[in-house]
Write a protein that binds this ligand. Structure first.
Ligand code: NAP
Length: 293
C-alpha cells in the first residue's frame, strides 16, 4: 500500500506557486490578489478565511477580506460583489459559505464575475467544466485530480465508483473522472443514499472516491483488493490519546481498508491539505488570465 501524501504534495505545489510569483515580481508584473467575503462570526468560517489569507501570504499573493455582520443586507453584499468584480487589482473572489438564512447563497454566487470565481461555484464555470471548456474547478475535486496526477495513478478505462453526489464534491468528481483526458477517461458509477447493493458496487471499483459524510462508513469488505481509495470525509471525534481531546477521521475505516488498497489517502493529511492549494492554483490562473483570456 502506498500512502497518498496530500500534506507533502500541497507543500510542493505551494513552493511551485511561490516560484511563479517571484518570477512575476522579477518581471514587474502584477501580484495575484485573492479577496474573500466573510459574513458573521462563525468560528469555523473565520478559521477557513484566516487560513486562506495565511496561505496567500506564504506564496506571495496579496489578499483582502471584506467582513460584514450577520445582519448585513443581501443588497449590500451584492453591491460589494459588483465593486470587487470591477476592481482590476483583484483577480479572484470567494464568498465564505454558508451565508445567513436571509441571504440567497445562489444569488450571491451568480453575481460573481465568472472570470473571478476561483471557487468554481458559478454555473458558468460548472457548465464550462461539464462540456470540457477551460474553467475553474472547485477546490476539493481539483485537489483530488492533482493527487491522482502527481501519484501517476492510471485512471484510463478504470472502473471508478464515487460515493456521494453533492454539488461541491461527488457531482464534479464524476464529470472529471469521466472526461476525455487524463486523469479521467474512467468508467464512472455515482452512488447516493438511494443506491441499492452498495457493497456489491463499491467492491468492483478500481478507484473508490468516498464523500458521503459518514464516519468510517467504508469497511474492508466493501473494497476490492488493490483499489485506489480516496477519502474526502472529515469528522472530529473525541479521543483520550491526543492533547486536544479529539482526533480527525474520514468516511473510510483507514486501518483495515489500507491493508487492501494499492493507494489510499489518510485523514488528516490526504485530501484536506489540497483544498486551499487548489484555490491558490485557481487564483494564479486568474491572475495570468489563463481561463478567460
Ligand atoms: P453532502 O453534501 O452531505 O453529500 C453526501 C452525499 O452522500 C449525498 O449525495 C448523499 O446522498 C450521499 N449519502 C449519504 N448517506 C449515504 C449512504 N448511506 N449511502 C450512499 N450514499 C449516501 O456531503 P459533501 O459536502 O460532499 O461532503 C462529504 C464529506 O466530505 C463530509 O464529511 C465533509 O465534511 C467532507 N468534505 C471534506 C472536504 C475536504 O477538503 N477534505 C471538502 C468538502 C467536504 P443523497 O444525495 O441521496 O442525499
Amino acid at each position: 500500500m502506498k500512502l497518498i501524501d496530500g500534506k507533502k504534495i500541497s507543500a510542493t505545489i505551494k513552493e511551485e506557486i511561490a516560484g511563479e510569483v517571484q518570477k512575476i515580481k522579477d518581471q514587474g508584473g502584477k501580484i495575484p490578489h485573492l479577496a474573500a467575503i466573510l459574513v458573521g462570526d462563525d468560528p469555523a468560517s473565520e478559521t477557513y478565511v484566516n487560513n486562506k489569507s495565511k496561505a496567500c501570504e506564504k506564496v506571495g499573493f496579496d489578499s483582502s477580506t471584506y467582513r460584514f455582520p450577520s445582519d448585513v443586507s443581501e443588497e449590500e453584499l451584492l453591491e460589494t460583489v459588483d465593486f470587487i468584480n470591477k476592481d482590476h487589482e483583484i483577480d479572484g473572489l470567494i464568498v465564505q459559505l454558508p451565508l445567513p438564512d436571509h441571504i440567497d447563497n445562489q444569488k450571491v454566487i451568480q453575481r460573481i464575475a465568472p472570470e473571478k470565481d476561483v471557487d468554481g461555484f458559478h454555473p458558468v464555470n460548472v457548465g464550462r467544466m461539464t462540456i470540457g471548456l477551460p474553467s475553474y474547478v472547485s477546490a476539493t475535486p481539483h485537489g483530488i485530480m492533482e493527487l491522482l496526477m502527481r501519484n501517476r495513478i492510471d485512471t484510463r478505462g478504470k472502473n471508478c465508483v464515487i460515493l456521494g453526489r453533492s454539488n461541491i464534491v461527488g457531482k464534479p468528481m464524476s464529470l472529471l473522472m469521466a472526461r476525455n483526458e487524463e486523469p479521467g477517461n474512467a468508467t464512472v458509477t455515482v452512488c447516493h443514499s438511494k443506491t441499492q447493493n452498495l457493497p456489491e458496487i463499491t467492491s468492483k471499483a478500481d478507484i473508490l472516491i468516498v464523500a458521503i459524510g459518514k464516519a468510517e462508513f467504508v469497511t474492508a469488505d466493501m473494497v476490492k483488493e488493490g483499489a485506489v481509495v480516496i477519502d474526502v470525509g472529515i469528522h472530529r471525534v473525541p479521543s483520550d490519546k491526543t492533547k486536544s481531546g479529539f482526533r480527525l477521521i474520514g468516511d473510510v475505516r483507514f486501518d483495515e481498508v489500507a491493508e487492501k488498497a494499492s493507494f489510499i489517502t489518510p485523514v488528516p493529511g490526504g485530501v484536506g491539505p489540497m483544498t486551499i492549494v487548489s484555490l491558490l492554483m485557481n487564483t494564479l490562473k486568474a491572475a495570468k488570465r489563463e481561463i478567460y483570456g
